[in-house]
Design a binder for this molecule. Structure first.
Ligand code: BDP
Length: 742
């Protein structure tokens, strides 16, 4: 087992003769492409699990069977659910209803002779919804899951008592690829690009289809296919040289309900069009983009739109012309609007040449300072994409204060699935617990209950999406406004949600570290339902990925042990790397491994301002950069005061002496020593746990993970020693426990 099938690894667990009767025939409405995909996926899954291929038919058959279709176009789907039940399903949601009265043969469907309860129905407003419903059903069968993670029994298989309603909380659920056309992947840790090689698209696109399956199975429906840093050759993706290939890629993903996006070079009018400017207010520039949009949409009529990184890390943008980012984004939005295209504009804008002598140049302030004043200035097809923290995907950062500060602007939350600063897929770091903290963070933007998950789903501010109740502060609305829409679901605007940087590549197991697949899975599941817990997601992922490997006796042990490894891993990684929210401390350039004083974009070392007296960045309003003041109260006050600032973020907000006592009762310096020693020990125990599971695991899977965990255990020691030594030499304080610090 290489791990290539990931969580869609269907193991055969039922003899063909025990194949439940309802699994033998799949009845579908006259199918569009996505519904055909849904039927084919169901057929594949059932065949693999039960060893017998079900028939797919569009003509009447006798019950029992399983049927797929939309309420509007499929009478069997419509009859099974009342008008109210149908209205509860949003544009991409689904309902599944199992067999209620398992009765034998009845005559043709459409004759209404089949009692409604005698077949299994997967239905939605759209065929995309049906596709997601099919993957839900497959998860249920494959993992023995019934939504509460109980093993399926023989009885429950014969007559599955399923009654599921599921709606995605977030209208946009996107993955960003940072793939370059030379085949490399920026911040990629799982091999080469699966899209490109040698400045061209890879001719054999089979793997893209397999990737589309994985993504759709967890509800991803948007994908940008090239790096946000768009250089020479990628600039040409929007030209005749590559548009036919882009169209081919779009077709592959379209069959799985996924819309593709392109990252563009803001200077394209100059680089491709021969213009002397890319000024967004220059009419010639606007016309150039309009003509370009026409050309692009002629080739790919359902392209999602453009993703833009501008005025950041040496990329061109509107600042060069004295314009702001609303000018830049709106000009592009006007060009894309006739085709229904969106502009996804990144807020990762800061001056990487700043030197911090001026408090206003604190990098953490930059996104808020640039974009908050522009709130309400953007066109309705512009979405601002905001990184989860104010800096850059560190192991620990506060939540970006821009969440909640944009009332009249649509936003996407950006996570980084690829582990740039969290062990680069050589260390185990299950990121779902970190993401959960971000999503549950209360911004207090509209009073208590203004959590990030409600902001990015559109529940808090999306004016067009709702009745007034959803904007009432302090009201908990479950999975967000999109789910709770009262207006007809198909008319809903869809400009809120999640984006995240991909962690996959051409490695056989997709993610380099097999266990890092859990982050891709977890991201998709959370984007669908941010109420799922990190534990539930880990449990699902382990059951699906390792299904069939466990012995009956060992099953619970295997599941619980791997799950616990995942759940502990973020905390372990944090404990032996940069302490107390200070971040960075990684090697410049590639960002792997400890480096105490270097970072390519900081002339002040890795932003920690350590000297012989103390450490940390003063970001208070009173004496520091003022960053703490970008939050709404009471968060601003909590961070401002050293007494209420949480320990894990202390050094992000305050510069303190090494002897400062934390809420934990420990001094800063002793905390650093303790966590680094413990962290390295805990990393070694991850490896021991894995070794204890050897008997139950497929050998290839076992070996690939073991190799990573061995490296992690060694590398954690290096981290421990470098960090401890640095602080010992800086501070002069000995470890109270007299452990060796070199
Ligand atoms: C940083 C990466 C850099 C990316 C940048 C971005 O180090 O490679 O280009 O983010 O998000 O994390 O644009």
């Amino acid at each position: 087992e290489s791990g290539y099938d990931a969580w869609l690894h269907y193991h055969r667990y039922c003899k063909a003769e025990n194949l439940p009767a309802w699994c033998r025939v799949i009845v579908i409405q006259a199918a569009d492409e996505v519904l055909q995909t849904a039927a084919a996926e169901l057929q594949l899954g059932l065949t693999s699990m039960f060893g017998q291929q079900p028939k797919i038919c569009t003509t009447p058959v006798s019950a029992p069977f399983i049927t797929l279709g939309t309420f509007r176009e499929h009478s069997l789907a419509a009859e099974r659910f009342s008008a109210e039940e149908q209205a509860e399903v949003n544009a991409e949601g689904y309902r599944i209803r199992g067999i209620e009265v398992p009765e034998p043969a009845h005559s043709a469907f459409h004759s209404k002779a089949d009692p409604q309860g005698s077949y299994v129905t997967v239905a939605g407003q759209t065929t995309k919804g049906v596709l997601y419903g099919v993957f839900h059903l497959l998860r249920y069968l494959q993992g023995g899951l019934d939504g509460k993670l109980k093993p399926a029994t023989e009885e429950s298989l014969q007559a599955p008592i399923l009654d599921v309603l599921s709606n995605p909380a977030n209208p946009i659920r996107m993955i960003n690829h940072w793939d370059n056309m030379d085949g490399s992947v920026e911040r990629g840790y799982a091999g080469a690009s699966i899209f490109y090689d040698n400045n061209a698209f890879i001719p054999n696109m089979d793997r893209l289809r397999d990737y589309a399956r994985l993504l759709a199975s967890v509800g991803i429906q948007a994908l940008s296919i090239n790096n946000v840093n768009v250089h020479d050759v990628e600039t040409k993706l929007i030209t005749a040289a590559f548009l036919p290939d882009v169209a081919k890629v779009a077709a592959i993903f379209r069959a799985y309900g996924i819309q593709i996006y392109l990252c563009i070079n803001y200077a394209s009018p100059i680089e491709l069009g021969g213009l002397i400017t890319a000024d967004p207010l220059d009419p010639g520039v606007a016309e150039w983009w309009q003509a370009k949009a026409r050309e692009v949409y002629t080739a790919v009529p359902d392209l999602g739109g453009f993703v833009v990184k501008a005025d950041s890390e040496n990329r061109p943008g509107p600042f060069s012309y004295g314009r702001d980012h609303a000018d830049g984004a709106n000009m592009l939005a006007d060009a894309l609007r006739p085709y229904g295209g969106r502009v996804i504009w990144r807020c990762f804008v800061y001056d990487c040449k700043q030197d911090w002598r001026d408090r206003k140049t604190d990098r953490a302030r930059a996104a808020f300072d640039h974009f908050q004043p522009l709130d309400g200035h953007f066109r309705e097809n512009v979405i601002l994409q905001i990184k989860n923290g104010p800096m850059d995907f560190q192991v620990r950062e506060p939540v970006s204060p821009l969440f909640g500060a944009l009332e009249a602007t649509q936003v996407l939350l950006e996570f980084q699935i690829t582990q740039e600063y969290t062990g680069q897929q050589r260390h185990l770091c299950y990121l779902v617990p970190q993401w959960k903290e971000v999503l549950d963070f209360d911004t207090y933007a509209q009073g208590k209950g203004s959590t990030v998950k409600r902001i990015v789903s559109g529940a808090l501010y999306d004016k067009s999406a709702s009745g007034s109740s959803r904007r009432k502060a302090g009201v908990h609305e479950g999975c967000g406004g999109f789910q709770e829409a009262q207006t007809p679901p198909l008319l809903k605007p869809a400009n809120y949600g999640f984006a995240a940087v991909s962690n996959i590549g051409a490695d056989a197991n997709w993610t380099g570290h097999l266990l890092a697949q859990s982050n891709l899975y977890g991201y998709g599941r959370l984007a669908w339902d941010p109420e799922l817990s990190a534990d539930e997601i880990a449990d699902e992922w382990v059951r699906l990925t390792f299904s069939g490997q466990e012995t009956d006796d060992g099953r619970a042990d295997l599941i619980n042990s791997i799950k616990q490894m995942l759940l502990d891993s973020w905390n372990i990684y944090e404990s032996y790397t940069a302490p107390l929210g200070v971040g960075w401390m990684v090697s410049p350039g590639h960002h792997y491994g400890p480096d105490v004083d270097g970072y390519e974009y900081s002339m002040w070392g890795t932003y920690h301002f350590a000297d012989c007296q103390g450490i940390g960045v003063d970001r208070t309003i009173a004496t520091g950069t003022g960053y703490a003041g970008q939050y709404f109260p009471p968060n601003a006050d909590h961070y401002e005061s050293i007494d209420t600032c949480p320990d894990e973020l202390l050094l992000f907000f305050h510069h303190v002496p090494y002897t400062h006592t934390l809420h934990s009762g420990q001094t800063v310096i002793q905390h650093i020593y303790d966590t680094h020693f413990e962290g390295a020990e805990r990393a070694a125990r991850l490896k021991d746990t894995w070794i204890s599971l050897r008997e139950q695991l497929d050998e290839t899977m076992y070996e690939q993970v073991l190799e990573r965990l061995e490296h992690q255990a060694d590398h954690a020691k290096e981290w421990r020693d470098r960090i401890n030594t640095y602080f010992y030499r800086k501070s002069g304080f000995a470890d109270q426990k007299n452990r060796p610090i070199y």
